[in-house]
Structure formats: structure tokens, C-alpha cells
Design a binder for this molecule. Structure first.
Ligand code: UDP
Length: 265
């Protein structure tokens, strides 16, 4: 397959398709592909809080690559093709479904606040929630009724997304448990991938400490974006720790200037 071969496209000649809070999408080298570029920007509370944390994009690119490659390998379809460089990955172009799918195993964040459940309480079972992706409205939570009534998605596609979400949750829970981390909750996004006339739902966007709550099993220390949301500091160190535990920061990584420092395990 041609698009799997490396092909250099100078930055200046690339067409920017979309710029979000933490990522930029560029036109890819072949039709049906895009380049996903991870920025260092951290935002929270609907972008009211913003900071540039040098090296965050590099870490999220690597962690998300690792997760998506593993999902592909176990037969969970994703948009991911391969990582291109420190900040970029080649992905398949999909039609993003305007929903955030949140899977929760332990009460935290908005669920803890909304329902008055103490943070850290194990939930009776994994809970799936949907949020409508709309910055102006602050991504409100919606039900399947809203999703089908407003035509954002069909009941069949909702079923497909929920099945994917459960598989991703089981995979991620086990992956992180193996390295001493509790997967409290995470957010994922799905897209419609068209291959000739056949459409399937695949996992898209990113899965990284920006979109997961990850707590150290022993100390309950937060190893995710809550360090930024709650002004705890040490975000880069926490993301580096996640990468290191997953064994994805190789010792021969090229130096990265002021970026995260490798700790020899
Ligand atoms: N999340 C995300 N993007 C969002 C909202 C939430 O990645 O726009 C993730 C968040 O990191 C957490 C999970 O989804 O892992 C559940 O978030 P929650 O609803 O508790 O919202 P928050 O407390 O972040 O407002």
C-alpha cells in the first residue's frame, strides 16, 4: 500500500484542514489520509484556562500511538495508520461523529459533582455517557434520545460505538493495571470510515493522559490532565511517568531540548 511508505511533505506546502485546542490536522500524503499534529497547548474549562506545556504534544503523540497501535492489533478498528515523527501521526480521514463518549469505572470529575458521589468510589459497573461536541454550549451531556432525535447518529451506530467503548475500556483497564495505574475514566471519539461503499465506525482522535483519568494504584497520585485542571503542577513529569511505565520512551530517543527528561528504569 502506497500510503504506508514514508513520503516527506514540506510543512510550508501542507494544507491545514482543521485546528483544534491541542491538535492540528493537515492534508495527508494520499487521498483518504490526514496528518494529526500534537501541539503543546493545554486547555480546560472550555478553553477558559490555557497554557503551553513544552513537550506535552510529544508525549501524547507517543502514548496515543501506543494505545491505537495496540487497539488495531487486537482488532478494534481505529483511524491510526502509523506515527510519522515526534509530533505527528498518519491517520485515515474519517467523518467525526459529534459526540464525546465517556466511559467511567470510578467516580470522579463531573460525575462525582453532579451526583454527589465521593471521588474514588468504585462504580457498580462501567458507565457510558455521551456528550454533544459543541464548544459554544460547553459540550452538554445528551441521551440516546437526543442523539437519534436530532440525527447525530443512528441507533445502530450508537450500539456500535458502545460496543467499541466497552472493548477499549477493557483493553485500557488491563493495560494500565499491568503498570500500576487505575483507569478511572476516559473520553473517546468515533468516526465513520468509508471504504468504497462500505462504512464502519472506528475509534478516532486521541487517547492520552489528556483524555483519561489515570491514578497510581498505590498512592492515588493523579497522572493525567487533572494536574493542569486543578493546578497541581508536574504535568509533564506525570505524562512521562505514564510513558515510561508503558515502556514507550526508548533510551535512544533523540534529545528534545527543554522537553521531558528520561528517567532510566
Ligand atoms: N474529557 C475529555 N475532554 C472533554 C471532557 C472530558 O477528554 O472535553 C475526559 C476527562 O479527561 C475525563 C473524562 O473525559 O477523563 C470524564 O470527564 P468529566 O465528565 O468528569 O469532565 P471534567 O471533570 O473533566 O469536566
Amino acid at each position: 500500500m502506497d500510503f504506508l511508505k514514508p513520503r516527506y511533505i514540506p510543512m510550508s506546502r501542507r494544507r491545514r484542514i482543521y485546528e483544534g485546542k491541542a491538535k492540528v490536522l493537515y492534508e495527508g500524503p494520499e487521498p483518504g489520509t490526514l496528518i494529526q499534529h500534537f501541539k503543546d497547548d493545554a486547555t480546560a474549562f472550555n478553553a477558559k484556562k490555557h497554557e503551553v506545556i513544552e513537550g506535552k504534544g510529544v508525549l501524547n503523540n507517543r502514548i496515543s500511538e501506543y494505545v491505537f497501535q495496540n487497539l488495531n492489533d487486537i482488532g478494534v478498528p481505529t483511524h491510526f495508520i502509523r506515527r510519522l515523527n515526534m509530533r505527528e501521526q498518519l491517520i485515515r480521514e474519517v467523518e467525526i461523529i459529534p459526540l464525546e463518549i465517556v466511559v467511567r469505572n470510578v467516580a470522579a470529575g463531573s460525575l462525582a459533582t453532579r451526583l454527589g458521589i465521593e471521588e474514588g468510589t468504585q462504580l457498580p459497573r462501567s458507565i457510558i455517557e455521551f456528550y454533544y461536541k459543541n464548544d459554544k454550549l460547553g459540550d452538554p451531556m445528551v441521551s440516546e434520545e437526543h442523539i437519534t432525535a436530532f440525527g447525530w447518529d443512528t441507533p445502530q451506530e450508537i450500539d456500535d460505538m458502545m460496543a467499541l467503548a466497552i472493548r477499549v475500556n477493557d483493553f485500557l483497564s488491563g493495560l494500565f493495571l499491568g503498570v500500576g495505574i487505575r483507569l478511572v475514566d476516559f473520553k473517546m471519539e468515533c468516526g465513520r470510515l468509508w471504504e468504497n461503499d462500505v462504512m464502519r465506525i472506528v475509534v478516532a482522535d486521541e487517547i492520552s493522559p489528556d483524555s483519561c483519568r489515570l491514578w497510581d494504584i498505590k498512592s492515588n497520585e493523579k497522572l493525567d490532565k487533572d494536574r493542569f485542571r486543578r493546578d497541581l503542577g508536574g504535568l509533564l513529569e506525570a505524562y512521562t511517568e505514564v510513558a515510561k511505565r508503558l515502556g514507550i520512551m526508548s533510551e535512544n530517543e533523540p534529545p528534545r531540548g527543554a522537553g521531558p527528561v528520561l528517567v532510566k528504569g
